[in-house]
Design a protein around this ligand. Structure first.
Ligand code: GDP
Ligand code: MG
Length: 213
C-alpha cells in the first residue's frame, strides 16, 4: 500500500566529525548500528516515516553531511532547504561540545531569512564512564539557545526514536500554527500525499490535500 503522510520535513544533522551523526541516522532509518566505513561516499540522504499522533504520519528526509564537516565546507543549500536539525556533540569529547556554538552560528548565518528548529543532542551516552560533559551543563546550554536537549546512543538504541519524534512534533506544531509555512522553491516542508477522499481530520486543510505524487 502507498505510504501516506501529511508533510515531508527535511532535516539536517550537524556537529563535529566523528561525533556519530551517520551512525545515529542509520540507527533511526535502518534500525541497526552500522559502522560507516567511508564517510565521504554513498547515499547522503535517508528517509523514514514517523507517526506523531495516531494516523498522522510525517515523512522525514534526513541529510547526512557525507564528510564535508571535516573541512567545514557544508554548502548554503544544505542549510537553507532544511526546516529542522539535530546538533550533535559527543558526551565523551569536550571539544565537540565547545564547538556547538560555532555550528549554530554557521547554520544561522547560512539559513536566513529562514530559521531551523534545532534539537541539541549529546550522543554516545552508552559511554558513561568516559563522559566529559555533564547532562546539567548541556541542558543549560540548550535552554540558553531555546532548544530541547536529548542524550542518545546509536550503539545501544537509546532515545533515538525519541529524538527524531520530538523534533518532528515541534516542527509540526509550528507548521500547524502558521509559524512555518510551505513555500514554493523551498524544500524544508512539503505537503504530503493524502488520498483524494474527504478527510475527517479538521487540521487537514485544502492545501494539505494537494497530491504531490
Ligand atoms: P560522524 O563523523 O559524525 O558521521 O560519525 P560516525 O557516525 O561515522 O561515527 C564515528 C565513530 O563513533 C564510529 O567509530 C562509530 O562507531 C562511533 N559511534 C557512533 N555512534 C556511537 C554510539 O552511540 N556509541 C558509541 N560508543 N560509539 C558510537
Ligand atoms: Mg558521517
Amino acid at each position: 500500500m502507498e505510504a501516506i503522510w501529511l508533510y515531508q520535513f527535511r532535516l539536517i544533522v550537524i556537529g563535529d566529525s566523528t561525533v556519530g551523526k551517520s551512525c545515529l541516522i542509520r540507527r533511526f532509518t535502518e534500525g541497526r548500528f552500522a559502522q560507516v566505513s567511508d564517510p565521504t561516499v554513498g547515499v547522503d540522504f535517508f528517509s523514514r516515516l514517523v507517526e506523531i499522533e495516531p494516523g498522522k504520519r510525517i515523512k522525514l528526509q534526513i541529510w547526512d553531511t557525507a564528510g564535508q564537516e571535516r573541512f567545514r565546507s557544508i554548502t548554503r543549500a544544505y542549510y537553507r532547504n532544511s526546516v529542522g536539525g539535530l546538533l550533535l556533540f559527543d558526551i565523551t569529547n569536550r571539544r565537540s561540545f565547545q564547538n556547538v556554538h560555532d555550528w549554530l552560528e554557521e547554520a544561522r548565518s547560512h539559513v536566513q531569512p529562514h530559521s531551523i528548529v534545532f534539537l541539541l543532542v549529546g550522543h554516545k551516552c552508552d559511554l558513561e564512564p568516559q563522559r566529559q560533559v555533564s547532562r546539567q551543563e548541556a541542558e543549560k546550554l540548550a535552554s540558553a539557545y531555546g532548544m530541547r536537549y536529548v542524550e542518545t546512543s546509536a550503539r545501544d538504541a537509546i532515545n533515538v526514536e525519541h529524538a527524531f519524534t520530538e523534533l518532528t512534533r515541534d516542527i509540526f506544531q509550528l507548521v500547524r500554527s502558521g509559524d512555518i509555512t510551505i513555500q514554493e522553491g523551498w524544500e524544508g516542508v512539503k505537503s504530503g500525499f493524502v488520498p483524494n477522499v474527504v478527510h475527517s481530520s479538521e487540521e487537514v486543510t485544502k492545501s494539505d490535500r494537494r497530491c504531490l505524487c
